[in-house]
Design a protein around this ligand. Structure first.
Ligand SMILES: Nc1ncnc2c1ncn2[C@@H]1O[C@H](COP(=O)(O)OP(=O)(O)OP(=O)(O)O)[C@@H](O)[C@H]1O
Ligand SMILES: [Mg+2]
Length: 224
């Protein structure tokens, strides 16, 4: 087997509020192979978002080991983590966090420009991704002029723009109606597979999870 895109060993995180400490993650072990799409299930409050934030190198306060594409993230400083994140990871958040002052096309170009892609190439890739998601007629719309489902598609295109080795998605279609959610997730999975990225996708939806390569469940702070 080729080396995993992500390897978690004994990942732990607790939150202290006043004199109460909640141990949310209590030693999570997980490996994801290149190109593998993994569903992360678990009830509300079980720590899915906390785990995705850890893997995304978005927050500190964790113990245990996080390796991304063979790099031990805990051994890196902030700048090196940013580079690791930029070069290997893509994110889809539950609430899309698009840049409001930029068009759909520009939102998808942005991560590419940040890694030095030439403008025309970035525009072409953004146009291709948005077209694959059925948004070829919405390229010049700002987020506020798009429907929720359309905004979510732009967020999906943005996460995939740099062909990251690993896509992290936190309830990527959580705020859409069931039919739209199924369609956007289907398109998302097809694009992720097509470009050979691996993915870790938090969801409550067993039906959607069944369409991925593997399902893991968070239970009492560990992967079952
Ligand atoms: N910054 C924080 N400070 C204190 N407690 C926190 C913090 N972030 C998360 N928690 C707690 O950690 C637990 C796990 O939260 P998390 O958001 O990871 O759950 P989740 O599985 O993503 O839930 P959901 O399915 O509702 O999104 C919750 O009990 C939450 O209250
Ligand atoms: Mg969550």
């Amino acid at each position: 087997m080729s080396s995993p895109v992500v390897k978690l060993t004994g990942l732990a995180r607790s939150f202290t509020q006043g004199d109460v400490t909640i141990e949310v993650l209590r030693g999570v072990d997980l490996e994801i192979a290149p190109g593998e799409i993994v569903a992360l299930l678990g009830p509300s409050g079980s720590g899915k978002s906390t785990m995705l934030q850890a893997v995304g190198l978005l927050e500190g306060g964790f113990s245990g080991k996080i390796e991304i594409a063979g790099n031990d993230a805990s051994a890196l400083d902030g700048a090196a983590r940013t580079v690791l994140r930029r070069d290997h990871l893509g994110f889809v958040y539950q609430f899309h966090h698009l840049l409001p002052d930029f068009t759909a096309l520009e939102n998808v170009m942005m991560p590419q420009l940040l890694v030095g892609t030439a403008r025309p190439d970035a525009a072409e890739r953004a146009r291709a991704l948005l077209s694959a998601l059925g948004l070829e007629h919405r390229l010049d719309h700002r987020p506020a002029k798009l429907s929720g489902g359309e905004q979510q598609r732009v967020a999906v295109a943005r996460a995939l723009a740099n062909k990251p080795q690993l896509v992290l998605a936190d309830e990527p279609t959580g705020n859409l109606d069931e039919k739209t959610s199924d369609r956007v997730l289907g398109e998302f999975l097809e694009l992720v597979r097509g470009q050979g990225s691996a993915a870790l996708v938090a969801t409550h939806n067993e039906g959607l999870a069944a369409r991925m390569d593997r399902v893991v469940r968070l239970h009492e702070g560990r992967i079952e």
